[in-house]
Design a protein around this ligand. Structure first.
Ligand code: GAR
Length: 197
């Protein structure tokens, strides 16, 4: 079987990208191969992870493109040049328009650091999600992998995993636990599920 060609879109540290690359090495992901990494920040450490893994990578900056439409077109051009089948948003901190998402129905995956529908949608990203969970006083949070459609964090849910909130947690300690116990576990599994059809 031909492996699906995966592009991973990133903005920051890229620990989820690393989890996916490691899962490819260990055989958890066997129906797809990360073929391209695209960052929308020039200093994203995720680019170093791609380089170390020998994966082609590039930077596309919205401000250099001039508009959201031109930014998305530049991404589409790269995806087409690499004949990408599956798009994985791994800490990609830019909302893609409906004109982008509707091109790739059930072909874009995202990981979100809460149990959707809690603490999600526009404005909920990164540490803000964990701050909101702590402010609310929830005792359980987690992570969700879902398909991406025109509603931010609103697409069909693929996998979820719960994680305990512990006394004394800060946004940083909770973020770390959610990554270790949930994101890095379910994201590679979901990528394999989708690549395997
Ligand atoms: C992850 O916790 C991911 O769930 C979150 O950003 C972090 C990226 O970390 N994504 C969102 O908040 C999207 N709304 P990483 O760059 O180390 O993978």
């Amino acid at each position: 079987m031909n492996k699906k060609r995966i592009a991973v879109l990133v903005s920051g540290g890229g620990t989820n990208l690393q989890a996916i690359l490691d899962a490819q090495q260990s055989g958890i992901i066997r129906s797809g191969a990360v073929t391209l990494v695209i960052a929308n920040k020039a200093d994203a450490y995720a680019l170093t992870r791609a380089e170390n893994a020998g994966v082609d990578h590039c930077v596309i900056l919205k401000k250099e493109c001039g508009s959201q439409a031109a930014f998305e077109q530049a991404i589409i051009d790269k995806l087409e040049a690499y004949r990408i089948d599956i798009i994985v948003l791994a800490g990609f901190m830019s909302i893609l328009s409906e004109s982008f998402t509707s091109r790739y129905p059930r072909r874009i995956l995202n990981v979100h650091p809460s149990l959707i529908p809690s603490f999600c949608g526009e404005g909920f990203y990164g540490l803000r999600v964990h701050q909101a969970a702590l402010d609310k006083g929830v005792k359980v949070t987690g992570a969700t992998v879902h398909f991406v459609n025109e509603i931010p964090d609103g697409g069909e849910i693929i996998l979820q995993k719960a994680v305990d909130v512990l006394p004394g947690d800060t946004p940083e300690t909770l973020q770390r636990r959610v990554m270790e116990q949930a994101e890095w576990v379910i994201f590679p599994r979901a990528v394999e599920l989708v690549c395997a059809g």
